[in-house]
Design a protein around this ligand. Structure first.
Ligand code: GLN
Length: 436
């Protein structure tokens, strides 16, 4: 179908259920030029000159700069901020004729796991409307799940793509650190942040990742990498770590699913031990706080928006104050350097594990999502991240794919692979998504 027709279908669905109807609130802004841009893409398609993404409709998280659209980070601090340039990923998408339909809701400055810290009201989980969609890329996951777009971009610092993907029942990919340029992403924690994708199927995820990946002169940590291809997998070995999680029904569901798929594919399953996974959250947060504090110093009200401390919500303020405290000279060796040491231990632990197994599979989130606006403690909120922060700390790729449902709520499983083994990871994940 032509791009314009497909766009109209999505725009109608947004009109019906974003602010009205189900009031999902996944989209904060619609691209006012989308119809004109769709027509241009269709003209190229007619001439046989269109790029790889022609016909695909893509939504973008509000912390990624898209020229002339809002990059508010769902914060009052940047409420009126309009991007003056395209992030490198957006440049690449436009070059391949992907169509940006709009900007998605999120936790403020990507701080959160529920979508509830957005200054513009949380977004709902399209799969179960009274529950949180997960976060921080809540609107991107919800937009794909609600049928507002084909694909969406999110960012994942400690799970922000995989967590909402799991809760909303869609696919979410966090690439290896450095696979995708971060230029134009408003950072949460620059040594952990990665831009990644949400999709309904693996083929679309592969397509978009291949477009956005690659070395970028504007991001020194980015790398060139081989084209991602789905491979036919021969006998592979899957590592299953023993991890106690809050909701044992999730372990059971995922165990059953993994056994079923492994049997069908003749994969070998081996139990593995990851000694330091319980240190993930304590390692992640000090790094995140310090880097966030440092990254937000530019929001002093002079160049962009308002002064952040005077306009942000509680969670953002907690991280700024916490980050400023532990950045003080007297604490430096105590928290930040220690956390970096622990990060290396976790990284090494995964490198060692991958000497014996090809990929590792575990749940994405240790519990089911809570009811929207039911106050939970900070510790409980950070507890959502225990299984997702690991891939960011280890700098490896991880994907969440739907594994089934508990009480009608989607539950995802995570496939983790060695650094830059996206092809292997997606090929394994494909076997799960086929049986959805
Ligand atoms: N939930 C984690 C946090 O609040 C992860 C967020 C993210 O990946 N952006 O920091």
């Amino acid at each position: 179908m032509e791009t314009e027709k497909r766009l109209q279908i999505y725009l109608k669905e947004i009109e019906k259920n974003n602010q009205k109807g189900k009031k999902i609130n996944a989209i904060l802004q619609i691209n006012p030029n989308s119809e004109k841009e769709a027509k241009e893409i269709d003209k190229k398609l007619e001439k046989g000159k269109a790029g790889k993404l022609a016909g695909k409709i893509i939504a973008v998280k509000a912390n990624i700069n898209v020229k002339n659209l809002q990059a508010s980070c769902a914060s009052l601090t940047l409420k009126d901020y309009i991007s003056g340039y395209d992030a490198s990923v957006i440049e690449k998408i436009k070059k391949e004729d992907g169509l940006i339909i709009g900007i998605t809701n999120m936790d403020e400055f990507a701080c959160g796991s529920s979508g509830e810290t957005s200054a513009f009201s949380p977004c709902k989980n399209p799969a179960c409307l009274d529950l949180i969609p997960g976060g921080s890329s809540s609107g991107s996951a919800a937009a794909v799940a609600a049928g507002f777009c084909d694909l969406a971009l999110g960012s994942d610092t400690g799970g922000s793509i995989r967590n909402p993907a799991s809760h909303c029942g869609v696919i979410g990919v966090k690439p290896s650190y450095g696979l995708v340029s971060r230029y134009g992403l408003i950072d949460l924690s620059m040594s952990l942040d990665q831009i990644g994708v949400f999709s309904k199927n693996i083929d679309d995820a592969v397509l978009l990742l291949n477009v956005i990946k690659g070395k970028d002169e504007k991001d020194a940590t980015s790398f060139e990498s081989k084209e991602i291809r789905l491979e036919k997998l021969n006998k592979i070995t899957i590592g299953i770590p023993k991890i106690n999680i809050q909701d044992s029904r999730i372990n059971k569901l995922i165990d059953d699913k993994v056994n079923e798929i492994a049997k069908k594919n003749n994969w070998e399953l081996v139990d593995i031990k990851l000694e330091h996974v319980n240190l993930g959250v304590q390692t992640y947060y000090p790094i995140c706080y310090v880097e966030f504090f440092s990254g937000t110093r530019k929001f002093d009200g002079r160049r962009f928006g308002k002064k952040i401390e005077e306009s942000c919500g509680e969670e953002v303020l907690r991280r700024i104050l916490g980050g400023s405290e532990i950045s003080k000279a007297e604490f430096k060796g105590l928290y930040y350097r220690r956390a970096l040491k622990a990060k290396n231990i976790i990284k090494k632990e995964f490198e060692d594990a991958f000497k014996d197994v090809d990929v590792i599979i575990m749940p994405t989130v240790p519990r089911l999502p809570h009811k929207l606006n039911s106050k939970i403690s900070v510790e409980e909120m950070y507890g959502y991240d225990v299984l997702t922060v690991l891939a960011n700390l280890a700098e490896i790729p991880a994907i969440s794919v739907p594994a089934g449902k508990i009480d009608n709520v989607p539950v995802g499983l995570q496939v983790l692979a060695p650094r830059f083994s996206e092809s292997l990871m997606l090929s394994v994940a494909e076997q799960f998504s086929e049986t959805k």
